[in-house]
Design a protein around this ligand. Structure first.
Ligand SMILES: C[S@@+](CC[C@H](N)C(=O)[O-])C[C@H]1O[C@@H](n2cnc3c(N)ncnc32)[C@H](O)[C@@H]1O
Ligand SMILES: O=C(O)C(=O)C[C@]1(C(=O)O)C=C[C@@H](O)C=C1
Length: 248
């Protein structure tokens, strides 16, 4: 009988001092601990995933595509597949990390569902999107080069059918430096409460600082308006993490 090592799935990546902290990558090491890492790092992650499922159930239309952009291990795709009742829909989950995509395929295939789900290795900046009733960008835009974000949001808008839904979740910063610092501190307290040490928090911070560039809420709203969305509202915020819905 084999007994699983309980630490095997725990994020300990930044627990030992590193001489030089390398830029964060969605590689094989991160894949192993990703569910633990994201749950302990992103306040409200489970609520956001459950609500993406609920929203997809409401907005998925017959004979359309549902996109999960930057799908990682497929948590949002699985939640959507559980609640979509519309007929002849297809979920297309895309990620540009080969390690993520390989593991995502295993996760998706581990569960049965009526809606087919294709997991694709690809760059969401160039992958074609069309005839979509729901598009999800859950904590992915922050990893896209800032100058490429507006074009991606425009492509998303063009791919949506009228009445189609876009769900965007991101880390944000507050423009007021005092509020920015407070939200940051509250987020770090959240990480501390979830067992991350000061060293882990500091090293993770250096690892993501060159690769993850959050926007202010007003940047997001402005981009959505420019891309032709008729309605948009944040539906969730906890500290410096938020999620919004926009309707075409
Ligand atoms: C924080 S994770 C997303 C979490 C995931 N959406 C979830 O709900 O669990 C960001 C993901 O975006 C992917 N990513 C970053 N840039 C990308 C790009 N240009 N094309 C496709 N995927 C990308 C990364 O490989 C990573 O898996
Ligand atoms: O802001 C942080 O400290 C994070 O760890 C955030 C964040 C994210 O929002 O995607 C960064 C990388 C990991 O994917 C998990 C969480």
């Amino acid at each position: 009988m084999s007994i699983k090592d309980p630490q095997q799935d725990t994020d300990l990546i930044y627990s030992k001092p590193q001489v030089k902290v390398a830029d964060f990558q969605f590689d094989a090491q991160v894949v192993e601990v990703f569910p633990d890492m994201i749950k302990r790092s992103v306040p409200g992650y489970n609520t956001i995933i459950d609500t993406i499922g609920n929203l997809a159930g409401r907005y998925a239309k017959d004979n359309t595509n549902i996109y999960d952009l930057g799908c990682s291990l497929g948590a949002a795709s699985l939640a959507m597949r559980r609640s979509i009742q519309a007929k002849d829909c297809k979920i297309i989950a895309i990620d540009n990390s080969e390690d993520m995509v390989d593991r995502c395929k295993i996760h998706i295939n581990a569960f049965k569902g009526d809606t087919p789900c294709e997991v694709k290795l690809g760059d969401i900046l160039t992958e074609p999107m069309e005839n979509a009733s729901v598009i999800v960008l859950n904590f992915t835009l922050q990893f896209i080069a800032p100058e490429k974000r507006a074009q991606l949001i425009e492509n998303i808008s063009k791919a949506l059918v009228p009445g189609g839904l876009f769900i965007l979740s991101e880390k944000i910063y507050d423009q007021d430096p005092v509020c920015k610092e407070l939200l940051n501190e509250l987020h770090h307290d959240f990480k501390r409460a979830n067992g991350y040490s000061e060293l882990e928090i500091a090293q993770k911070r250096s690892a993501i600082e060159n690769v993850m560039k959050p926007d202010h809420l007003s940047n997001h709203l402005q981009r959505l308006q420019q891309a032709g969305f008729s309605h948009a509202t944040p539906w969730f915020q906890c500290f410096n993490f938020f999620s919004l819905v926009a309707i075409k």
